[in-house]
Write a protein that binds this ligand. Sequence first.
Ligand code: ATP
Length: 239
Amino acid sequence: MSVLAMKGVEKSYGAVKALDGVDLSLEESRFVGLLGPNGAGKSTLFQIIAGLFVPDAGEVSLFGLTHREDGPEIRRRMGVVFQARSVDLDMSIRANLRFHGRLFGLRGRALNARIDALAEQFGLAELVSRPVRTLSGGQQRKVEIARALINDPDLIIMDEPSAGLDTPSRRALVADIRKLAREQKVAVLWATHLVDEVEEADDVVMLVKGRVVAQGTPEALIAQSGADDLTDAYSSLTG
Ligand SMILES: Nc1ncnc2c1ncn2[C@@H]1O[C@H](COP(=O)(O)OP(=O)(O)OP(=O)(O)O)[C@@H](O)[C@H]1O
């Protein structure tokens, strides 16, 4: 099933062209890494996928639907992890997840069961009553991700979800999300400027100055560029 299809997407901020004809597709259960340096246009792309920005040109469809005609249905089926924190530091994990669950119409026992399942899945079960402020950076990022999964989405888009984490925590988070994609059939778009986070992605899309310069499996990109590994391939394909 096609979860996301973008064709010829353009977006400018005044004279700055942030996206310059982006084509991108994402299928069910795929973990796709969106790799690009600072300023490549990753956040702009996310805002468009999330329906917060309207592109200047091009087409975007999610689950075969468009934001213009079916925004609420798309939002019901999508989770978003932005770079900025979206949970309340002074509230407990459970209170934060309850608040977000209610936005999707979840209530009572069903909501509590969903919170318990997510807390268990992300190793937060012992911590659900603690204010988010008292958690480690890695645990706080997991709360962000649990929040984005509260509505059991078919697609989750994540803008540098590992920001601020050390290398072991980043690796663990990537492994958790890859497992989630595989086992729960969630399509994942993971934006980062760190090559090691997408080395085992199903597909990697390289974005530079608003253009997709390469996309394919990590193996295909390495072969295409005659490089030894994905880091070298990224350097050579992105100049
Ligand atoms: N609100 C804005 N007004 C003007 N220019 C902007 C605005 N937001 C982004 N830009 C510019 O658009 C381009 C793409 O920015 P964007 O934030 O989408 O890139 P990014 O890949 O997410 O970068 P980073 O990895 O640093 O977060 C950059 O040149 C940036 O300076």
